[in-house]
Write a protein that binds this ligand. Sequence first.
Ligand code: NAI
Length: 358
Amino acid sequence: MKVLAILYDGGKAAREEPRLLGTVENELGLREFLESRGHEFIVSSDKDGPDSFFEKHIVDAEVLITTPFHPGYLTADLVEKAKELKICITAGVGSDHIDLDAAVTKKIQVLEVSGSNVVSVAEHVVMSILLLVRNFVPAHEMIERGDWQVSEIARNAFDLEGKVVGTIGAGRIGYRVLQRLLPFDCKELLYYDYAPLPADAAKAVRARRVEDLKEFVSQCDLVTVNCPLHDGTRGLVNAELLKHFKKGAWLVNTARGAICDKDAVAAAVKSGQLNGYAGDVWNVQPAPKDHVWRQMKNPLGGGNGMTPHYSGTTLDAQARYAAGTKSILQNFFTGKEQEPGNVIVGLGKYETKAYGQH
Ligand code: NAI
């Protein structure tokens, strides 16, 4: 079979660090596994536009492997052209870069390595919460500049203790965030999700569900976004919803950039309606150099905790999603049943409730 993988360029780092498995250089460690079984394996980072490697080879590839970090966008048009495609595997979690409805129609399976990087992301969320609430980034920048003016930082630094924190989405990542926040003695932990947590799970993290989104955000000092991107969440955090946030609330989004309206968030940070925004996901990746989220600042010159998309691609996570990709391939080649939790789209239907209510 022809197996096409779109991965990110690792360059010098990947040549020096073989555990950077999710790179073009290290090919998820799959080459020998695939070639020894007689499969053709082609790998590239060149993914955008009609002349790209991706668009050229998708027409006769039978297996597509992509990662959310450097997404090969498989649009409905490309699905139409991908006549031989049988399975799309996301090396990681989050398959919104695949047109899932088109995959359902064309009976192309879509699988991801569920759970492979959920701890990695939950840790990044907790870090991002702390760096915003404690005003860490401007404090560090001050040190690098050679300055020392404690009051300039302390005037916008708070404790997480006593704050109300809420997650939009309480699945694998959202729940792990709640678990990790428990020892911080927040005033309350809230969640908004159409799938309620089992009673004992909610009790274990002392989380209260709020069913109306506006009411939910109006109660939170900090909102963290942990749901997939789909039709029901694209642009969910927009100018209208931001008006219902507490003045000076913080927002952390490591789920998908397009869940938050880019310009509305930048305007809210600039005006101080949001005291800060942090995360690692962008509406287009790689993010253009002039993306407004790179430079946005609150009125006191802080409130930006953006990084490139790496929370779910720690070396620990890469080992797990590379192994998970191999095991999905093995099941596929031998006709063995896939782990049910990994299947997003089965043959002609959604197998998960996480990508909207179908
Ligand atoms: P999951 O499937 O375990 O949980 C998702 C939860 O979101 C489910 O409980 C679902 O009911 C809920 N949800 C769906 N639509 C919703 C809506 N409209 N409003 C409220 N809740 C809604 O998924 P998991 O593993 O927790 O991952 C969540 C997302 O995080 C992924 O889909 C991906 O986009 C993102 N992610 C980001 C990574 C990164 O490196 N930054 C790495 C891994 C995941």
